[in-house]
Design a protein around this ligand. Structure first.
Ligand code: EPZ
Length: 422
């Protein structure tokens, strides 16, 4: 299994090109099912999860061609099923539910099992699709859905759910009548999916807010021009923290300041200097890291997917910071590993108190999930000496060309092992 070996303690400087967003690409790839025909997508990140979604589409009967422009042919759907061996690798496969029900009136999707960061049930997905007329049964670890005719209806989520909102969107666009989604997720990736669906003839109002109105249509067809996936605000945020944590100056080319706003204000509060221009955002730090208090919230609150990375920075603070994780019940797995690098963090339920230390020291650490592993890489970049981050496959799921991008801003990192598993 691959590991990343980091020679830390060097300020990072330079420009990083930001890739397309994993969490926009995944729903948009599967959403191609609602419009039979040939689709073209650009700015699709080259990630393990994207390969998994393309292989799921292949299993369903929709061949694709990866490249600068990813081409997918959804003219024919042979199987309306997302099997266990695909879903267990990538829980986002649950996003096949809405499009398959809309396209085929039937869907068999393996229930995504447990996850390192939380239980992550899909009750809200099912509740929303039931409101549109679907019926579900659970059998042999699979959720099996059927619908004669999707009908628009009010859907009120009990909790804000990103993929839940996306599943309902992808079904409601082909439902008869109007669907109103209340307490919807307002993440930029949800809005990007809605833009993609709109380009195929869907009628959606309010995406990017907590109230979305969808007027169903009878058919959708692939857009003529390739659709460009939104840039990845979490990848950009991670590299901005790389500049901050090493006392350097990093610019992210292709980053969107507006979608990064909650992250930028936290970095500024922590003593960083944020600069921005057309199509880029920069972060530099020359003074001390100031202690701050942060709480993760659905967008436009502070993103849970940046919590671990920010904690790595606050570990070097001149005082005590607090981070409250309100989205996932088990998203402090990186803490025990940060302690191995010399950080001082106390956990009390969903509240972490980070007592800043003057410096971190390299050690061998274990990645547990995608964002936790990103925080360990960041801490390793700041730490003196050598850090080895084991189980790199977690990072390959969500960070494209990590070593090359880090190397491009002066990081001394190298991958050791057999190369990226595909
Ligand atoms: C999406 O996951 C992202 N994944 C996650 O990013 C991200 O952390 C999360 O949204 C929150 O922003 C993708 O977009 C592919 P949720 P999702 O449904 O949709 C509870 C990363 O690092 N809930 O918004 O699965 C749930 O348990 C990944 O890139 C229910 O109770 O998250 C959680 O506590 C990790 N019932 C909360 O809602 C449901 O039916 C938010 O989860 C659905 C969710």
């Amino acid at each position: 299994m691959d590991k990343l070996v980091i020679d830390g303690g060097h300020p990072l400087r330079g420009t990083v090109p930001v890739s397309g967003a994993k969490n926009a690409a995944l729903p948009i790839l599967i959403a191609t099912l609602v419009a039979p025909g040939e689709h073209a997508l650009s700015n699709v990140p080259d990630l393990v999860d994207v390969s998994s979604m393309l292989s799921l589409l292949g299993r369903i009967g929709c061949p694709s061609l990866a490249g600068d422009v990813v081409r997918i042919d959804t003219s024919r759907v042979a199987y309306s099923e997302a099997p266990y061996d695909v879903v267990r690798k990538m829980r986002a496969s649950v996003l096949a539910l809405g499009p398959l029900l809309a396209r085929c009136g039937h869907a068999k999707v393996s229930l995504p099992g447990g996850c390192a960061i939380g239980v992550r049930p899909i009750d809200q997905h099912l509740k929303g699709l039931e409101a549109l007329g679907c019926r579900f049964e659970l059998d042999g670890g699979y959720v099996i859905g059927r619908v004669d005719k999707l009908r628009g209806a009010p859907v009120v989520f009990d909790v804000v759910t990103v993929t839940g909102t996306e599943n309902i969107l992808m079904a409601a666009v082909l439902a008869e009548g109007t669907t109103v989604i209340e307490n919807a997720a307002a993440e930029p990736e949800v809005a990007d999916l809605a833009r993609f669906l709109g380009g195929m003839g869907a009628r959606i109002e309010g995406a990017g807010t907590s109230r979305i109105v969808v007027e169903g249509v009878s058919t959708l067809s692939p857009a003529a021009a390739p659709y460009a996936i939104l840039s990845d605000r979490i990848e950009a945020g991670t590299y901005l923290v790389a500049g901050a944590i090493t006392g350097g100056d990093v610019r992210c080319e292709g980053a969107d300041a507006q979608s990064l706003a909650p992250v930028l204000s936290a970095l500024e509060a922590a003593g960083c200097t944020i600069t921005q221009g057309p199509g880029w955002v920069g972060c530099a730090r020359s003074g001390p890291v100031r202690p701050i208090d942060v709480e993760t919230r659905p967008h436009p609150g502070f993103p849970t997917d940046m919590q671990a990375q920010l904690m790595a920075l606050l570990a070097l603070g001149t005082g005590t910071s607090t981070v409250r994780e309100t989205i996932f019940e088990n998203r402090f797995m990186h803490v025990a590993e940060l302690l191995r690098l010399g950080a001082r963090v106390d956990i009390d339920g969903n509240l972490a108190s980070i007592h800043g230390v003057p410096s971190l020291k390299g050690a061998t650490v274990m990645a547990t999930d995608l964002r936790a592993s990103a925080s360990l890489v960041l801490a390793g970049l700041a730490a003196t000496g050598t850090t080895e981050v084991l189980r790199l496959y977690h990072l390959d799921r969500g960070y494209e060309k990590l070593e090359a991008k880090l190397g491009g801003i002066g990081a001394r990192v190298r991958r050791v092992g057999e190369g990226r598993p595909d």
